[in-house]
Design a protein around this ligand. Structure first.
Ligand code: PMP
Length: 439
């Protein structure tokens, strides 16, 4: 009998034994092509010697010193590497241990900023429908993943949510030709509804991952969001936990649109799975209001700025830079989308293939013409995901909403080191998984 409290008690998990490059191997020796970096985490592949050595070297000097007493070299260096690559002005980094902590930190920083600015009435955070910002109570409260929120509802503060930018199923019934960015203007509506004087921040994923299968915003969306936020003194928090660190073919997705958020959350690709780490990047304008003042920002976690996590992060960024992996994510992402389109684009249950860089989503529908989703009980994304897993390909199946009306998806987000022939193999297995799921 196992004493592990599993993620899903009904599932039988193989035991992972080792990883190398784009492959994981279980105890029985079965090989799996990691087509999604786990959960969009393993950005540079498994067991990269440079990263393993960097972690070992850090262990040989110091494993832990509390951040209330010390800083450490790797966290200083990692903060510098991030500031060099982030959208201009995001000069400071607050290190934590994962994505949810990064979001919690950003939410509390936004609140603390307005208190510091003499505007304590600004507390509300607006999020979007069909979004995911983490599993802690604050992050769940601003997210729009109804299924994950459901049983905790009475514990979550009510937060206004605005429409997603879901072009394939535009909530405003528009087509690309007639789009006038109503989805962005929905933020204006929500701010007016609750009163701008009460709104502290707006949070959004640049390209929506776990709840929507790489939903990519229409041109001009985030520029309009930035304008609305500026007009009403609302901070803009970009949740780049999935999209950050090269995943979409730029160091940070916000760079595609030249938009600078006030706070930016990172995790996953930051240490690419080698150790748990997260970070909140902070604009110098906000940092300046906290600087040299005691008790302004009441927050902190024991493992923040952990030397091993930071050493891994430094090694990952160096490796990515040396091997030009951001560029590779952009180029191979295009190749992956083209190949998927050619092999699966006409499948009767493939509604849309979308995304940017090596961050690709495939949305499934019952009927292509009408874009009718499957009934929620069908869970087509799980059928595809399970069939792929059996065939030795790992995908990230993502269910949309509790009512299933918005369809279901898989995320395809392999490590950036994947080769063209490995992509061909991925596409071939995915095609076979689709056929199995359809039977
Ligand atoms: N934000 C986004 C956009 C995410 O995708 C996730 C994780 N899927 C989180 C936050 C939470 O990160 P973690 O699981 O590391 O707490």
């Amino acid at each position: 009998m196992s004493h592990v409290f599993y993620r899903n008690p009904y599932k039988k998990y193989p035991v992972v034994a080792r990883g190398k490059g784009v492959y994981l191997y279980d105890r029985q020796g079965k090989r799996y092509l990691d087509g999604c970096g786990g959960a969009v985490v393993s950005a540079i592949g498994h067991h990269v010697p440079e990263v393993v050595e960097a972690i070992k070297a850090q262990l040989d000097s110091v494993e832990f010193a509390h951040t209330s007493q010390f800083t450490n070299d790797p966290q200083e260096e990692l903060a510098e590497l991030l500031a060099e690559r982030a959208p201009g002005g995001l000069d400071f980094t607050y290190f934590v241990s994962g994505g949810s902590e990064a979001v919690e930190s950003a939410l509390k920083m936004a609140r603390a900023y307005w208190v510091q600015m003499g505007r304590p009435e600004k507390w509300m955070v607006i999020g979007r429908e069909q979004s995911y910002h983490g599993n802690t109570l604050g992050a769940l409260a601003v997210g729009g993943n109804l299924w994950r929120r459901a049983i905790y509802e009475p514990m979550l503060y009510p937060r206004p949510r605005v429409a997603p930018c879901y072009c394939y199923r535009c909530p405003f019934g528009r087509h690309p030709e007639s789009c006038s960015l109503e989805c962005a203007d929905d933020l204006e509506r929500a701010i007016q509804e609750v009163g701008p004087e009460k709104v502290s921040a707006f949070i959004a994923e640049p390209i929506v991952g776990a709840t929507a299968g790489a939903l990519t915003p229409p041109a001009g969306y985030f520029q309009r969001i930035r304008e609305i936020c500026d007009r009403h003194d609302v901070l803009f928090i970009a949740d780049e936990v999935m999209t950050g660190l090269g995943r979409t073919g730029a160091w940070f997705a916000m760079k595609h649109w030249g938009v600078v958020p006030d706070l930016m959350c990172l995790a996953k690709g930051l240490a690419a799975g080698y150790v748990p780490v997260g970070a909140t990047m902070v604009h110098h304008r906000i940092n300046d209001t906290f600087h040299n003042r005691r008790n302004v920002f009441q927050h902190g976690h024991t493992y923040m700025g952990h030397p091993l996590a930071a050493a891994a992060g430094v090694a990952v960024i160096r490796y990515m830079s040396e091997h030009k992996l951001v560029d590779r994510s952009r180029k191979l992402g295009k190749y992956l989308r083209e190949q998927l389109q050619a092999a699966c684009g006409d499948h009767p249950h493939v509604g849309e293939i979308r995304g940017r860089g090596l961050f690709v989503g495939m949305e499934f529908v019952k009927d292509r013409e009408s874009r009718t989703p499957f009934e929620p009980e069908t869970g087509f994304h799980n059928l595809v995901g399970d069939a792929a897993f059996e065939l030795g390909l790992i995908l990230y199946p993502t269910g949309g909403t509790i009512d299933g009306r918005r369809g279901d998806h898989v995320l395809i987000a392999p490590p950036f080191i994947i080769t063209r022939s490995q992509i061909d193999r991925l596409v071939e297995i995915l095609g076979r998984a689709l056929e199995r799921a359809t039977k």
